[in-house]
Ligand binder design. Structure first.
Ligand code: PEP
Length: 247
């Protein structure tokens, strides 16, 4: 079984205006020759414009969340069908900011994964422990529980990735040590193999949490790291490209 094709995805969170599309185009202009698939996940209102601006380039566009239902009375929410209609090819689901701020459970994330599959979106499913959980020695069981609870069996045969993002490393400048990343990614790989069989070897396991040009090479070359989910450093083309080319 060959290694998964790496994926490097930028999560713009609630950042970016129409004037930021030039930054996305600069990223697209600089990715040629890179070894990873590259995606940018802008705010939903920018999706359609970004997918038009990046048409014909190697950079994919993705959503940051999707509702578990396809349509209905859900004020302010966006469905997977709407994301696909706007040009998205991927969607981040279960990000810790949503698990925390919107009380998203593993079961809800699993429902969103099914919605994404209905509309042909490639899910990037996020998992990760809090600092308190790590300090209590619970990081491994917490994360493995999230993997088992958030990934429905229907994912078998579909393109998807898992992003390990220790909550305490997101947006803080702190990163997990390579040893901690490798330990967690190996445990996630073993769990995916238990759940999906030998084909799990092809599922990219991304690392996320303050990935930046200065630490990208070390992280991206760690065992079982199949790419990165990048927040802050994906907003600037020069930084994001430096990460992409660190692979
Ligand atoms: C993220 O939001 O998924 C993330 C990893 O953010 P940052 O790179 O800014 O820590």
């Amino acid at each position: 079984m060959t290694a998964p094709t790496p994926l490097i995805a930028g999560n713009w969170k609630m950042n970016g205006l129409a004037s930021s599309l030039g930054e996305a185009q600069a990223i697209a202009a600089g990715v040629a020759g890179g070894k990873a698939r590259v995606a940018i996940c802008p705010p939903a209102v920018l999706l359609e414009r970004m997918s038009r601006a990046l048409a014909g380039t190697e950079v994919l566009v993705g959503g940051q969340d999707a509702h578990g239902e396809d349509a209905g009375a859900f004020t302010g929410d966006v469905s997977a069908e709407m994301l696909a209609d706007a040009g998205a090819r991927l969607v981040i689901l279960g990000h810790s900011e949503r698990r925390e701020a919107y009380h998203e459970t593993d079961a809800l994330v699993g429902k969103k994964v099914l919605a994404a599959l209905r509309w042909g979106l490639e899910p990037i499913v996020c998992v990760g422990e809090t600092l308190a959980q790590r300090q209590a020695g619970e990081a491994l069981p917490v994360v493995i529980g999230q993997v088992r609870g958030s990934l429905p069996p229907e994912l078998a045969g579909h393109l998807f990735s898992v992003a390990y993002e220790p909550v305490w490393a997101i947006g803080t400048g702190l990163t997990a040590t390579v040893a901690d990343i490798e330990e967690m990614h190996s445990a996630i790989r073993a769990t995916l193999t238990d759940m999906f069989g030998a084909s799990a070897a092809l599922i990219p396991i991304l690392y996320g949490g303050s990935v930046k040009p200065a630490n990208a090479r070390e992280i991206l070359h760690a065992a079982e790291v199949g790419g990165a989910l990048v927040g802050g450093a994906s907003l600037k083309a020069a930084d994001f490209l430096a990460i992409i080319h660190a692979l």
